[in-house]
Design a protein around this ligand. Sequence first.
Ligand code: F6R
Length: 604
Amino acid sequence: MCGIVGVVGNKNTTDILLQGLEKLEYRGYDSAGIYVTSGVNRFKLIKAVGRISDLRAKIGIDISGSAGIGHTRWATHGKPTVDNAHPHLSQSGRFVLVHNGVIENFVALREKYLADVKLAGETDTEIAVNLIAKLVERDNLSTQEAFQKALSLISGSFAFALMDTTDMGTIYVAKRKSPLLIGLGEDYNMVCSDAMAMIRETNQFLEIHDDEMVILRKDELKILTITGAEVVRKPFTAELDLSDIGKGTFPFYMLKEINDQPTVIRTLLQKYTNGTGEMMIDEAILADILASDQLYVVAAGTSENAGWASKQTFEQLTGIPVSVHTASEFAYNFPILSKKPFFIYLTQSGETADLRQVLVETNRLGLNALTITNVPGSTLSREAAHTLLLHAGPEIAVASTKAYTAQVAMMLILAKAIGVKLSNPQAVTLDLVRELGIAATAIAAIVDMKEVIDDLTYQYTEDTRNCFYIGRGSDYHVAKEASLKMKEISYIQCEGFAAGELKHGTIALIEEGTPVIALISDLRLAPHTRGNLMEVYSRGANTLVIATEACAIDEDEIVIPNVHPLLTPLVTVIPTQLLAYYASLHRGLDVDKPRNLAKSVTVE
Ligand code: F6R
């Protein structure tokens, strides 16, 4: 979703802004812009619809300056047009602003303060920049005072970076709910939506908390609360490695990230087990879970699918009931909680606004929670009592792949650790280090089958408008993840169903040639799923089977190695990631940046 970069005090400002915006591309956006200043009232403001490359093309010859702000916009209020792209100038031309988030009371603010102001576009951001200008120009407030007053008048979510064209040396920054981070350079400072976009320049960062503003200059910065109290905070060093952000020789990040998965599992084993095969999880986390009577896993999208794929295993290994919830629904419809609930927030980015809404409430209720995330220092990680990091390396492709496998593996490691504490016989006898090692090898073997899967994708999805995945038990949960992946990057309407449910309605959609892909990894359920597959085959479906060796028959198209029954969601998902990848590729789509989607979903 929208991204912000700002820099003050560096003569390479244009380059830093553009490179930063490129690093933020993965979040998803539809237009972009930069404002670069080289002196009082000497500035360039350039905006473009489309990609950063379109913006670069508009810039043409190099523009230079020593401060500026840039933005990638994911449209919320108003279509993706140049007028709606950020940065936005106030009507007077004095103030310039970039913004992430949603200003909920923009209509009321407009009516009360800005009835006489003519707006160029349709965004809520223009209300904010004109409000600040009005408070300076009408009420004679300083820029800092006006910014502070505007923040107190605005309701909703925001990350702001504001500049005053009469002062090229200061960026005014503030946040509420939307992510924003300060980067500390030598003799210059930066602000950005995430650390990845600044890591080329610095690994020293400073957090900004909600309802704080930061006055950023080249050699100083001041953090203030929205009410003006000064805050002292120490910087931290981020452990990001610049080389993690490249895609190497792979044509797309998604393919690289699919390939990364065996390494991701092995890294998790290194981080969370000792040499003798014991799980090494923070005792405080284990104590909180052991004291609970039910685990509530709250997540969205692929992470929710990872939650579902982990639920049964977690229950089997621990005996503790686990319920999985869609964050956006949970946030405003809290169910009756068990007596001792414990919350687990599963989130690749650690920034998803829907989850954060639930976390704010569980924190208010005084409930301890655990965030399982791939992003150290992310909002959900900072605000939950505990964090377990996925150590998967940055996931850049919008379609999540390695974060899913890392989440499922992490939940297994956690379940094993809890189960052993509870002397659960299944947990005690499970040699998880060995089994995860086998799964990592199996994943590598499936990735090596990519040419076969590429051919099958062509045969099954070339002209199709729709497609179905079916499965039972954990294969059903993987079917849902498989269909999400297919939809989001190939734009084929694809649904994942419990195989036994088809006959209760969905089978009406089966026509001559409709692709139906069955996942079969459980010997107990295989005959039933095969029966359901025959039902759709008899009605014209173009059927394809992904089966583990133990469940496979000669006719099956994709046969994958066996793994421990509790670990199958780690491997059955891999061919489906490749099917989605090739379906997108064959259609000539931008695999890594599908339309309308954002990597970091920071609005509700
Ligand atoms: C799909 C995908 C999304 C995310 C969802 C939650 O490939 O990536 O469905 O899983 O937006 O995001 P996180 O995990 O960052 O909370």
